[in-house]
Design a protein around this ligand. Structure first.
Ligand code: NAG
Ligand code: NAG
Ligand code: NAG
Length: 797
C-alpha cells in the first residue's frame, strides 16, 4: 500500500495521508477487483453496494463516490444500482507499461459520516501487441572460416505485452549454416543468438540473408520478423595460382625491343587485397634482368634488349605471384630463342695482289675468308663472282677462297676489273654481301708501236724551201707508260744511192718529216724510204712504215725547141715547092718541156711572118703548112717566128725562127746558104728533101739499135762505171730504178733516157719508140687528132 501511495503526486499524497488516517480508522481491508484491458466502457466491474454491505439508498444518501488516485474518472459508481462501471476502455500498456501486475487503486468515499473504503482494480493483460524488431534488417559481418559453434548475439524483439504475451521464442528461416537459440536475460526478457553450425566460405557465398521470427506466448501467438544480412568476410585463405606451371615460349631473335614475350597470369580466389596479385622475378640473373622486363601488375614479360641467338639461345625465368596477404605462387617460363637469318655473311680479304702483270698465267689475286654468324642453313654460304670475268673462285680451306685469274690477261683490252664477290647464305630470306675487289692489270711491253698507215704518200711541190714540213707519220702503242713512248727514226735506205740523210729528216718525238733541201721535179720525181717507230719498253719493240714522197711539178722550165735547132750555127731553111698545094706541110716545129702535165702542154702560134696569110701554124702539133696556093708573085724567102708556149700557171714560152725558101722544084739542087737568097725554089726540091729525111731517119734507127744493144750489155754487166757514165744524167747520180722520164735539154739525152728505161721494161720497148717517129708512121690522121699532142713522152720529129 505504501509503495503504491508513493507513486502519486505530492498533492495526492496529502489526500492519501488523510485517507490513510480515515482507513486506519475504519480498518477495512482493500477490496480487489480485476478487469481485462480493452474492456468496453460501461462494462460492469463490481457491485459495491453489495460489497460494502450498504443499501442502495444509503449509498445515495451518503453521496458515495469513487475517487481514483490519479483523479482520472476511469470508474463510475452508479448510485441507482450500486454497481461500479468502467467509464472508459483501459489500456494496460498505457496505464502500467511493463509493470506487472497493473493495479489501479481507488477509494470509495462516503459522507455523513465520512467513511473511506479502499479498493484496487487489477487490469489484466491481453495479447494485443506483436513482437517487433528494432530494425527491419540487421547486418551481420562474419569472417569466413569462423569455427563451428561461434555465437553471434542478435538484437531482441520487443513486445509491449507482458508476461506470457511477451516474446517467448525466436526462429530463423532454414539455412545450412546457422541455428538460433533463445536465451533469457536477467529481467526475464528473451533474446536470440545465432549459432554457426558450418563454416562460411567467402569464395563460395559472400553474403546471404536469413529471416528471424520472434514469437510471443499469447494465444493466439503473435510474431514479428526481421532480415539478417549475413556478410561473409574474406580471409586470405587462397594462395595465388598460375594458370600454367610452365610456360614454353619460342621467340625469334629479331623480335623488336618492347615486344611481348609472354603474359603469365595467376588467379587468387580471395577478394580485395587478398586477391590482389603482383608478380616478380623469383630469381633473376643479371642477363635476364637486362633482357626482360616483368610488369608487376599485368604479368607481361617484355623484351628490353635485342636477343641474339648466337650469344644466348635460351632463358629460364621463375616468376612469383604475391597476393596482398603475403601468399605466393610460382611458375617457370622457358624462353627459347629461335635463330633468324639476321646476320649478313661477312667477307674479309686476307691478301690482295694488285696490279697483276698482264700476260702472266693463272695467278692468285686475292685470298679471303667468309663467315656467317647465324647457325644452320642460315649460316651456310655460297660464294660467286660474275660469269663474264676471266676470274675463278677456288675454295682453299674451310671458308677460305682464292680468287685466281683464268689465264693471261690483256691490259690493252681491259686494264681494270671490278670483281664483285657475292656471298649468299641459305637462310630465308637469303642475305647476301657483296665485296668488290678491283684488280688492276699492269702493263707489259707486248705491243709494238703501230703506224696509222702501212705506207704514207707525201706530196711536195718542187723548188720547196729547205726545212719544209712535208707531213708527219704517227705510230701508236697500245701499251702504257714508257712502253708506249714512241720514238721515230729514219731507217737506212735499201738504195745506197739515195742520199736520204741529205733529203729528209724526222722529228723523233712527233714523227714530223722535213725536206732538207729544195727538190727538183725534173731531177727526182719520187722517192721512198722507211721510217721506224720504237717504244721505250724493255725490250723495246718497233715497227716500220714506208714513206713515199711524190714531188709535184712546177712550171719552172720553158719549152725547149728540138727542131729546128736554134743555135744559129746551123741555120735551117725549109724548102717549099712553088707548086705545093694549100695545106702543104712545110715543116714541124718540135719542142719539149721538161715539166709535166699542164706545164708541159705546149701550144704553137705564128708570131711573125714575112707575108702574113701564107703560112699557118697548127697550135696543137706545131705543123707549119701553107695556107694557100703559092704564086709566082710570092717572095722566095720567108722568115717565120713561131711562139712555143706551155700551159702552166705562169706560162713560159720560147720563140723559133723558121726560114722558108720557095723553090720551083726538088730537081734544082739546093745548097744551104748561110743567107738564104734563092729567089725561087726549084720544083723538085721536095723530092730531094724526102730523100734527106729518109736518110736521117735510117741513121737514127741504126743509132737506136746500137744504143739498145749497149743497154743490154749494161744490164748484164754489173760493172756499172762505164754504163753510168753513159746512161746517167750529167748533173745527178740517180739510180736506174728511179722513174724519171723527163727529157732533159737535148734530143740525144732524151733518147738516152728512153733507152735506159726500156732496158728495164722490154715489153714497152716499141711503145716508147713508136712515138719517136711520128713522120715515119706517117700521117695517120686519127693518131694526130686523138693522141695528146702534148703528152710529154710523145716526142715528134
Ligand atoms: C563444423 O561443422 C560441420 C558440419 O557439422 C562439419 O562438417 C565441420 O567439420 C565442422 N568444423 C569444425 C572445425 O569442427
Ligand atoms: C670499278 O669501280 C670503280 C669505283 O667504283 C670505278 O671508278 C671504275 O670505273 C670501275 N671500273 C670498271 C671497269 O667498272
Ligand atoms: C748547135 O746545137 C747543137 C745541139 O746543142 C750542137 O750539137 C751544135 O754543135 C751547135 N752548133 C753550133 C754552131 O754551135
Amino acid at each position: 500500500m505504501e509503495a503504491a501511495g508513493e507513486r502519486f503526486p505530492k498533492q495526492r499524497q496529502v489526500l492519501l495521508l488523510f485517507l490513510l488516517l480515515g482507513v486506519a480508522r475504519s480498518g477495512w481491508e482493500p477490496r480487489r477487483y480485476s478487469v481485462q484491458e480493452e474492456t468496453d466502457s460501461g462494462s460492469f466491474v463490481a457491485n459495491l453496494a453489495k460489497d460494502l454491505k450498504l443499501g442502495v439508498r444509503e449509498l445515495a444518501a451518503r453521496e458515495a463516490r469513487v475517487v481514483s488516485e490519479d483523479n482520472q474518472q476511469r470508474l463510475h459508481l452508479d448510485l441507482q444500482t450500486g454497481e461500479l462501471i468502467l467509464n472508459e476502455k483501459l489500456d494496460r500498456e498505457e496505464l502500467c507499461g511493463p509493470t506487472e501486475p497493473c493495479v489501479m487503486h481507488f477509494q470509495v468515499l462516503l459522507k455523513k459520516p465520512l467513511e473511506i473504503f479502499r479498493a484496487e482494480l487489477l487490469v489484466r493483460d491481453i495479447n494485443d501487441h506483436s513482437p517487433e524488431f528494432p530494425e527491419r534488417e540487421m547486418t551481420l559481418k562474419i569472417l569466413e572460416n569462423s569455427p563451428n559453434g561461434t555465437v553471434f548475439p542478435l538484437k531482441k524483439a520487443q513486445d509491449l505485452d507482458v508476461g506470457n504475451n511477451n516474446v517467448q521464442n525466436y526462429v530463423i528461416s532454414p539455412n545450412s549454416h546457422f541455428h538460433v537459440s533463445t536465451l533469457k536475460r536477467g529481467d526475464g526478457r528473451k533474446y536470440p543468438e545465432l549459432v554457426l553450425d558450418k563454416e562460411l566460405d567467402h569464395e563460395e557465398r559472400p553474403d546471404f540473408r536469413i529471416t528471424i521470427t520472434a514469437l510471443d506466448g499469447g494465444s493466439p501467438s503473435r510474431s514479428g520478423t526481421a532480415q539478417i544480412h549475413i556478410v561473409v568476410l574474406d580471409v586470405n585463405d587462397n594462395a595465388p595460382e598460375f594458370s600454367q606451371k610452365l610456360y614454353d615460349i619460342q621467340v625469334p631473335e629479331n623480335s623488336p625491343i618492347g615486344s611481348l614475350i609472354v603474359k603469365v597470369s595467376a588467379r587468387d580466389l580471395d577478394t580485395g587485397i587478398n586477391g590482389e596479385i603482383s608478380y616478380s622475378l623469383f630469381y633473376s640473373s643479371q642477363e635476364i634482368s637486362k633482357t626482360f622486363e616483368l610488369n608487376h601488375l599485368s604479368g607481361e614479360v617484355r623484351l628490353i634488349k635485342k636477343l641474339d641467338f648466337e650469344a644466348i639461345s635460351s632463358y629460364e625465368l621463375d616468376i612469383e605471384a604475391y597476393d596482398g596477404g603475403g601468399l605466393s605462387g610460382k611458375c617457370s617460363v622457358s624462353i627459347k630463342v629461335i635463330d633468324v637469318n639476321d646476320n649478313f655473311p661477312e667477307l674479309t680479304v686476307s691478301s690482295l695482289s694488285s696490279p697483276i702483270p698482264e700476260n702472266s698465267p693463272e695467278t692468285e689475286v686475292a685470298l679471303f675468308r667468309v663467315r656467317d654468324r647465324d647457325s644452320g642453313d642460315n649460316g651456310k654460304m655460297i660464294c660467286s663472282i660474275q660469269d663474264d670475268l676471266p676470274f675463278l673462285l677456288k675454295p682453299s680451306a674451310e671458308n677460305f677462297y682464292t680468287l685466281i685469274t683464268e689465264g693471261a690477261l690483256d691490259r690493252e683490252s681491259r686494264a681494270e676489273y671490278n670483281v664483285t664477290i657475292t656471298v649468299t647464305d641459305l637462310g630465308f630470306p637469303k642475305l647476301k654481301t657483296e665485296h668488290i675487289i678491283t684488280v688492276l692489270v699492269s702493263d707489259v711491253n707486248d705491243n709494238a708501236p703501230t703506224f696509222t698507215q702501212t705506207s704514207y704518200t707525201l706530196f711536195i711541190r718542187e723548188n720547196n724551201s729547205p726545212a719544209l714540213n712535208m707531213g708527219s707519220v704517227t705510230a701508236t702503242d697500245r701499251d702504257s707508260g714508257t712502253n708506249a713512248q714512241v720514238t721515230y727514226s729514219l731507217l737506212p735506205s735499201h738504195d745506197p744511192h739515195l742520199p736520204l740523210a741529205s733529203l729528209v729528216s724526222i722529228n723523233s718525238d712527233n714523227g714530223q718529216l722535213f725536206a732538207l733541201r729544195s727538190l727538183d721535179y725534173e731531177v727526182l720525181r719520187t722517192f721512198e724510204f722507211r721510217v721506224g717507230a720504237t717504244d721505250a719498253g724493255t725490250p723495246a719493240l718497233s715497227s716500220e712504215a714506208l714513206v713515199r714522197v711524190v714531188v709535184l711539178d712546177d712550171n719552172d722550165n720553158s719549152p725547149f725547141v728540138l727542131y729546128p735547132l736554134q743555135n744559129g750555127s746551123a741555120p735551117c731553111t725549109e724548102l717549099v715547092p712553088r707548086a705545093a698545094e694549100a695545106g702543104y706541110l712545110v715543116t714541124k716545129v718540135v719542142a719539149v718541156d721538161s715539166d709535166s702535165g699542164q706545164n708541159a702542154w705546149l701550144s704553137y702560134h705564128l708570131l711573125k711572118a714575112t707575108e702574113p696569110g701564107l703560112f699557118s701554124v697548127w697550135a696543137h702539133n706545131g705543123e707549119v703548112r701553107t695556107a694557100r696556093l703559092l704564086s709566082e708573085r710570092d717572095a722566095a724567102k720567108h722568115r717565120l717566128v713561131v711562139l712555143v708556149k706551155d700551159n702552166g700557171d705562169s706560162p713560159m714560152s720560147v720563140t723559133v725562127t723558121l726560114h722558108v725558101l720557095l723553090v720551083d722544084g726538088f730537081s734544082q739542087p739546093y745548097l744551104p746558104l748561110p743567107e738564104v737568097s734563092a729567089e725561087e725554089a726549084p720544083a723538085h726540091s721536095l723530092t730531094i728533101y724526102l730523100v734527106i729525111a729518109l736518110a736521117s731517119v735510117s741513121f737514127l734507127f741504126l743509132f737506136s739499135v746500137l744504143l739498145f744493144v749497149a743497154m743490154r750489155l749494161c744490164s748484164r754487166n754489173r760493172a756499172r762505171a762505164a754504163w753510168v757514165g753513159r746512161c746517167s744524167v750529167p748533173e745527178g747520180h740517180f739510180p736506174d730504178h728511179l722513174v724519171d722520164l723527163s727529157g732533159t735539154g737535148t734530143l740525144s739525152q732524151s733518147y738516152q733516157y728512153e733507152v735506159c728505161l726500156t732496158g728495164n721494161s722490154r715489153s714497152n720497148e716499141l711503145k716508147f719508140l713508136k712515138p719517136a717517129f711520128p713522120n715515119l708512121l706517117a700521117q695517120d690522121p686519127e693518131r694526130e687528132t686523138e693522141g695528146n699532142p702534148n703528152f710529154p713522152k710523145s716526142l715528134g720529129i
